[in-house]
Design a protein around this ligand. Structure first.
Ligand code: NCD
Length: 310
């Protein structure tokens, strides 16, 4: 994300205020009444799109969805032309997810309204990075200053395919956390280190020192030779799912070696029984659903930030 710490702290503090409003009996103030937010999603999404819609509605705005599979992009229209057309209808902001890294930035240069990146290829997923950071700070009592120094976060699994990991490394690292990426060399290559993390291919020895363990989905669809649907679970990057689980899954046995204050995170969608056991995902140390809940407050803060003053 490349944002300075002060900028991140402002957004996270705004998130805390939104969360307080969500929990208050009066509910959030309708600062975006009369505004329209368009979700342009050219890739699958459950959580992120719904979360942006809920966030917009909580602030009194309307949200409209344009799904890639039903759009003219399939007839050859470029992403920029699609975005220009939606903007011409008078929407106030675009929330955009696309397969191409850099897509949101490209569209941002072409339109006048704010564009919020909801995930671009393997590159970035900034609001997910913010909600992960907020959840981490909340779990460790750092909501007053969002100073994450002294915390160690393991990001485990298919880091190479993960825009979530890139945004989490950027945000958590900027606020002082130590981030360690863990996975087999094909999924956690040493080349990730310049992002500001340590890289290791060994999970077990790192578990006892962790304050948070963020498990990632195996993104078979992004692997060379990997497939979708019935073809999923085929990959040129890992030898076998069984071998992968032996080394890197958060099993009930491994989870029993985490320290009591350590939280288990996952951005979703989860493959239960692959990267994480169902009992761990639902266990006492899991904050997976709290991440989803805080995602609404983060997106309210981001939408308000972009729109309240324009
Ligand atoms: C992820 C994404 O789409 O980047 N999910 C999310 O937004 N919460 C991760 C994934 O697809 O595995």
């Amino acid at each position: 994300m490349g944002e300075p710490a002060s900028h991140l702290r402002l957004l996270l503090t705004a998130t805390r205020r939104m969360q307080e409003q969500l929990e208050s009996s009066k509910g959030p103030r309708h600062t975006l009444a009369g505004r329209i937010v368009a979700n342009l999603f050219f890739e699958d999404s459950t959580r992120t799109r719904t979360s942006f819609s809920v966030a917009a509605k909580r602030l009194g705005a309307e949200s409209v969805d344009l799904m890639g599979f039903a759009s003219s992009v399939n007839k050859g229209e470029t992403l920029v032309d699609t975005a220009l057309n939606v903007e011409a209808m008078g929407v106030d902001a675009l929330v955009m997810r696309a397969k191409q890294s850099g897509a949101a930035k490209l569209v941002r240069k072409a339109v006048k309204c704010p564009v919020i990146n909801a995930g671009d290829g393997r590159h970035e997923h900034p609001t997910q990075g913010l909600l992960d950071t907020y959840t981490l700070a909340e779990a460790h009592g750092r909501l007053d200053d969002f100073d994450l120094r002294g915390l160690t976060v393991l990001i485990v699994g298919d880091v190479a395919s993960s825009r979530v990991a890139r945004s989490a490394i950027a945000a958590m690292g900027t606020l002082g956390a130590k981030v360690i990426c863990v996975g087999p060399p094909g999924l956690a290559p040493a080349g990730l280190a310049p992002l500001g993390c340590k890289v290791t291919h060994e999970l077990d020895s790192n578990l006892p020192g962790a304050d948070a363990v963020m498990m990632l989905r195996m993104q078979f669809e992004r692997h060379e030779g990997g497939g979708e649907g019935a073809e999923a679970k085929k990959s040129s990057v890992i030898a076998s799912v069984r071998e992968y689980r032996e080394g890197f899954a958060l099993t009930a046995d491994r989870a029993s070696r985490l320290r009591p204050g350590c939280v288990v995170m996952h951005p979703g969608p989860m493959n239960r029984g692959l990267e994480i056991d169902g009992s761990v995902a639902d266990g006492l140390q899991s904050v997976v659903l709290r991440q989803v809940a805080r995602g609404v407050a983060v997106r309210m803060a981001v939408l308000d930030w972009c729109l309240a003053r324009t």
